[in-house]
Ligand binder design. Structure first.
Ligand SMILES: Nc1ncnc2c1ncn2[C@@H]1O[C@H](COP(=O)(O)OP(=O)(O)OP(=O)(O)O)[C@@H](O)[C@H]1O
Length: 385
């Protein structure tokens, strides 16, 4: 692990065993009688390191393995194999020490006391984490201002709106000054104003306190606003680790000019291809590596009367949709020979490789299988090149 890394994950695997379900007329009965199990490889041979102060977007479609990874990082789940270290601690072995250095916010669940006023939850958390009274008061005051919580500090948590509760959860997770913040869908279900407030708060924490943030989200606005590094997981495998800009460039290596010309039909501009015509406007695709945008615009303006013109960045939503829909992987056994991936700089793409240390361990999670060790992944996988 690099000497400077705060989080180091090597060959991390996590499997779950679940009953095999049969379809068809007697499927239910067969499921019940056969009691066969299948192995779900929720996380397969994932490796990465995160430096102090990074703000990383951990993304992937539903069921990709994001929450399972976060649960291992927070010590809730024991890895089937591989190794992970967070601030010098093995999270699943030393959960208490790990808990002191991390804050966790799950968008769908609250960590606050449901029946207590929000401020009382804060006080309790301060006590649990031995925060000196003065410091707690200052921190609560500061967060109350930043997150606009003054109006509902005395309100029982069960009466808070989703946006208010989320602000409370975020503040609670940071009251004791953890160096790492795990955020699982922190803006889910919020209106645009509430989202912005939460994003600003996260950005400030990262900038002012150098809090390391690992953000799991399906909201592309969160990614655009907050993250420069993206780790993309699908079917349990880390497929991409690199900058957001490189990801866009790989999948949408073009810019678009949106033009409202006087004469729609005759518009032909050298160095561009038409990608769309809608509402009297034409979308012209330009490859910025081979064409100077200024020259293309110059050619366009010289020949045509143009009422309106805009330059459009590649749409991250389209990029991500394309990546997700390109994956063809079966997450469950049986297995087939592996294909290997390759890397790109600055972002790297990877397929499955060999897992790291075998480290089969006991498992507090009822759905896990203590006997299942990971080991080299031999699943049939087609991954991004
Ligand atoms: N306790 C469990 N028992 C059995 N299978 C599980 C368990 N937890 C997760 N899985 C399976 O592991 C895989 C990864 O799930 P995980 O919750 O990590 O995905 P995710 O990327 O967080 O998805 P989402 O975006 O929908 O929250 C899925 O196939 C899921 O069904």
């Amino acid at each position: 692990m690099p000497a400077s890394a705060l989080i180091s994950v090597q060959g991390l695997c996590r499997e779950f065993h679940r009953p095999r379900r049969f379809d068809g007329p007697f499927g239910g009965l067969r499921t019940l009688l056969t009691r066969q199990h299948e192995v779900v490889r929720a996380v397969r041979d994932v490796s990465f390191t995160i430096e102090p102060g990074e703000l990383v977007g951990y993304i992937g479609p539903n069921g990709a393995g994001k929450s399972t990874t976060i649960k291992m990082l927070t010590g809730i789940l024991v890895p089937t194999s591989g190794s992970l270290e967070v601030g010098g601690v093995l999270p699943w072995r030393d959960r208490e020490r790990n808990a002191r250095q991390i804050g966790v916010v799950f968008g769908q669940r609250s960590q606050l006391w449901w029946d207590l006023p929000l401020i009382e939850s804060f006080r309790l958390i301060g006590k649990l984490y031995d925060v000196p009274t003065d410091r707690l008061r200052d921190t609560v005051g500061h967060f109350t201002e930043l997150l606009g919580m003054a109006d509902f500090l005395q309100t029982p948590v069960r009466q808070l709106s989703l946006g208010q509760r989320m602000r409370g959860d975020l503040a609670a997770a940071m009251l004791y000054g953890p160096k790492i913040l795990y955020l699982d869908e922190p803006t889910i279900g919020l209106d645009i104003v509430a989202k912005e407030r939460i994003r600003d708060f996260i950005a400030d924490l990262n900038a002012d306190r150098r809090t390391t943030v690992i953000l799991t989200t399906h909201d592309l606005g969160d990614l655009e606003r907050l993250t420069s590094r993206i780790m993309l997981i699908d079917h349990g495998m880390l497929l991409y680790d690199g900058s957001l800009a490189a990801l866009k460039h790989r999948y949408a290596p073009y810019r678009e000019l949106v033009v409202q010309p006087a004469d729609l039909e005759s518009l032909q501009v050298a160095g561009t291809t038409r990608s769309k015509i809608e509402d009297g406007r034409v979308w012209l695709r330009v490859d910025p590596d081979s064409q100077q945008m200024a020259e293309v615009i110059g050619r366009l303006m010289a020949r045509y009367g143009v009422a309106d013109l805009a330059i459009v960045e590649p749409d991250l939503g389209g990029v991500i949709r394309q990546i997700y829909s390109d994956q063809h992987v079966d997450v469950t056994a049986p297995t087939a020979p592996a294909a290997s991936g390759s890397s790109d700089d600055p972002g790297s793409w990877s397929g499955p490789g060999r897992s790291g240390d075998r480290d089969a361990s006991g498992d507090p999670d009822s759905s896990g299988n203590p006997d299942s060790s990971g080991g080299p992944d031999s699943s049939g996988v087609r991954s991004k090149p």
